[in-house]
Design a protein around this ligand. Sequence first.
Ligand code: FES
Length: 79
Amino acid sequence: MKVTVCIGSSCHLKGSRQVVETLRRLIEENHLENKVEISGTFCLGQCQKGVCVTIGDTVYSVTPETTEDFFQTQILSKV
Ligand code: FES
């Protein structure tokens, strides 16, 4: 599974770095390093939704506060 986090300036201001760090930690804790790949991307043109996180063709709106929830529902339950 490929998870892409927007690190454009608007999403950065909304905490994309923290989202990435939290996702990395959760992936490690759940031993999913071989199954989930995290990468960054530049602005996706949907800044109002930031922090934008994409899985496949779907763009999700995530915040540092909702990252854990997002991980449980969109990543952990699907790998
Ligand atoms: S900066 Fe993330 S969508 Fe624009």
